[in-house]
Design a protein around this ligand. Structure first.
Ligand SMILES: Cc1ncc(COP(=O)(O)O)c(C=O)c1O
Length: 362
């Protein structure tokens, strides 16, 4: 059986031509392609502003700096997310306060509310695996307590909450274009979406050495710029994003149909249009199942095997280890199955057949 990969990057002649167009343009950083990509991303998300940066991590670091985050500040984040979600705030001396998850793997908002203290300044809501968090509730908590809200959309580009695209509802949305993401630029990259023009203007300066004009530096900044070749590629990828997301939903529907009663399939809230960055099941004998699937040439993953509140980097920094029972249970049972924008139903059927065989339900 040929390998069924966990994810796969889309590359066609259109992508190659876009890269060549940028290569031949003679302009390689923050040029016309980047400007157009920013406008197209803003239109797709439904915000007035998009600011590209060299990665999610670095553009969020710049954003946090503009927000004035520093020592003494507490920011509520899920523990069950990619480690980078809380890296920038730690670099600025702030403290991540970890919330547990619900059955859709996003933050349990009742727990979030219980974690608010006078030192809390903001909340980062992660639309993990491409399933949106309950944004109305999240924003209401933010408003009531005078906290900013960042939507971490790194795994949810194009997902919708009550018909609105994620990244358009919080104070800021933050996206990643890493190769495995639903929208990639075939390299590193990320962006912030917002309607706050003042922030966007200063973020554009901060990512480029605090520049206004070529030799006018209003403040000391960084090099967190974006490359033209990646922007040209991203523009092509964006045209395909909704189609690929629809394909992911069809693969997920097939998995749901055939895996029901065999493993625990991912629940979806009635207000969510998920984009299945990952299709995550909970399985008995998870590690054995993963090994069995590997022998059948089916690639799977565990996102993530160790929660962030138990990572050595975090435990060493903060003299407390919270108890997050849902997170700690989930990480032992979750398994991400193959899914991507071009995956076929036939491949999904092969994955389902192998899982059924493992559990003797063929
Ligand atoms: C949820 C989440 N947040 C943040 C990031 C960081 O993105 P980047 O690699 O572009 O810095 C990722 C990517 O791994 C992610 O999945």
């Amino acid at each position: 059986m040929s390998k069924i990969p966990l994810s796969k990057c889309f590359i066609n002649s259109e992508v190659e031509e876009a890269a060549l167009r940028a290569l031949r343009s003679g302009q390689y950083i923050l040029g016309k392609e980047s400007t157009a990509f920013e406008a197209e991303l803003a239109a797709h998300t439904g915000t007035t502003q998009t600011v590209l940066g060299s990665s999610w991590t670095m553009i969020v670091y710049c954003l946090h700096q503009l927000q004035g985050i520093g020592p003494g500040d507490e920011i509520i984040v899920p523990s069950h997310t990619a480690f980078p979600t809380m890296e920038p705030l730690i670099h600025l001396g702030a403290k991540p306060v970890f919330a547990d998850i619900d059955d859709t793997y996003v933050m349990d908002l009742a727990h979030v509310e219980s974690l608010i203290t006078p030192r809390t300044v903001g909340i980062i809501g992660v639309h993990l695996y491409g399933h949106p968090i309950d944004n109305d509730k999240l924003l209401a908590i933010g408003k009531k307590n005078n906290l900013w809200v960042i939507e971490d959309c790194a795994q949810a580009q194009g997902a919708k909450y009550k018909g609105k695209t994620v990244g358009s509802m919080g104070d800021f949305g933050a996206f990643s274009f890493f190769p495995s993401k639903n929208l990639t630029v075939l390299g590193d990259g990320g962006c912030i979406t917002t309607n706050k023009v003042d922030y966007a203007d200063r973020l554009r300066m901060l990512r480029n050495h605090g520049r206004q004009g070529k030799y006018d530096h209003e403040f000391t900044g960084y090099n967190v710029r974006f490359n033209e070749i990646n922007a040209a590629i991203g523009r092509v990828m964006l045209k395909h994003l909704d189609g690929f997301n629809e394909n992911r939903r069809q693969i997920a529907a097939r998995y749901n149909e055939h895996l029901k009663g065999i493993v625990q399939t991912p629940p979806v809230r009635e207000w969510a249009t998920p984009v299945y960055h990952m299709y995550v099941v909970r399985a008995e004998k998870r590690d054995d199942l993963q090994k069995f699937l590997k022998e059948k040439n089916i690639e799977t993953g565990v996102h993530y095997p160790k929660p962030n509140h138990l990572q050595p980097a975090v435990v060493g920094l903060f003299p407390y280890i919270p108890k997050l029972p849902n997170t700690e249970k989930a990480v032992k049972e979750i398994l991400s199955l193959p899914i991507h924008g071009e995956m076929t139903l036939d491949a999904a059927d092969q994955v389902c057949a192998a899982i059924a065989e493992f559990y003797g339900k063929k």
